[in-house]
Design a protein around this ligand. Structure first.
Ligand SMILES: CC(C)(COP(=O)(O)OP(=O)(O)OC[C@H]1O[C@@H](n2cnc3c(N)ncnc32)[C@H](O)[C@@H]1OP(=O)(O)O)[C@@H](O)C(=O)NCCC(=O)NCCS
Length: 168
């Protein structure tokens, strides 16, 4: 079984995004996040303009992570695997963690929403911990990004920002 998992996990490659990737990155961001705009802690990002890493199976994009480095902090702005549970999300995260350490960041962090229980599980299993629940922060985020739906995963109302971090 381990060999099978390894074979699947090595069937893609991860490399930094370039300007040539912009069109498919925009497509993915619109599909998963309703827009290329992302809002976290009151900051607005054009995520398709951010640096990041992509994952490819042959010529097909299968994952993307975008980030923003601010001082000694590296924020994960978006993180998507289009073919889940194949190790893509973990590889993208590992690549970004390495880069953040190289850039002397002391903190890797992200914001997710209260409905996204699978993401909370995923990041906790990879060394992240909770920093804060920013209660009702999504009401403000919705003013900046009206596309944020009222309900998210499993029909759970999207209301709070959940901040998670890993010390580097
Ligand atoms: C969060 C996300 C990026 C994770 O990506 P992923 O590719 O599914 O993650 P991985 O495959 O690396 O890990 C997921 C699980 O699959 C398992 N897995 C990894 N390779 C595997 C394989 N070859 N076969 C079976 N399972 C495998 C991992 O062990 C992991 O399980 P664990 O958490 O119990 O250890 C992805 O679920 C996603 O796109 N979510 C929607 C967007 C989102 O919520 N983003 C985060 C907030 S910005």
């Amino acid at each position: 079984m381990n060999e099978v998992r390894e074979a699947i996990a090595t069937a893609f490659e991860v490399r930094p995004l370039t300007s040539e990737d912009r069109t498919w990155v925009q497509r993915v961001l619109r599909q998963y996040w309703a827009s290329t705009t992302q809002v976290a802690r009151g900051r607005v990002f054009q995520a398709d303009e951010l640096p990041g890493f992509g994952a490819w199976r042959g010529s097909e994009p299968v994952g993307v992570i975008t980030y923003d480095i601010h001082g000694a902090e590296c924020e994960i702005v978006t993180h998507n695997a289009m073919a889940g549970h194949g190790g893509i999300g973990s590889c993208l995260l590992a690549e970004l963690r390495t880069l953040a350490r190289e850039r002397a960041c002391s903190r890797l962090w992200l914001v997710t929403t209260n409905d996204n229980v699978p993401a909370m599980r995923f990041y906790q299993r990879r060394g992240f911990d909770f920093v804060a629940i920013h209660r009702d922060a999504i009401a403000q985020a919705r003013r900046l990004k009206p596309e944020i739906p009222d309900t998210g995963m499993d029909g759970v109302p999207i209301r709070h920002e959940i901040e998670m971090e890993q010390k580097l």
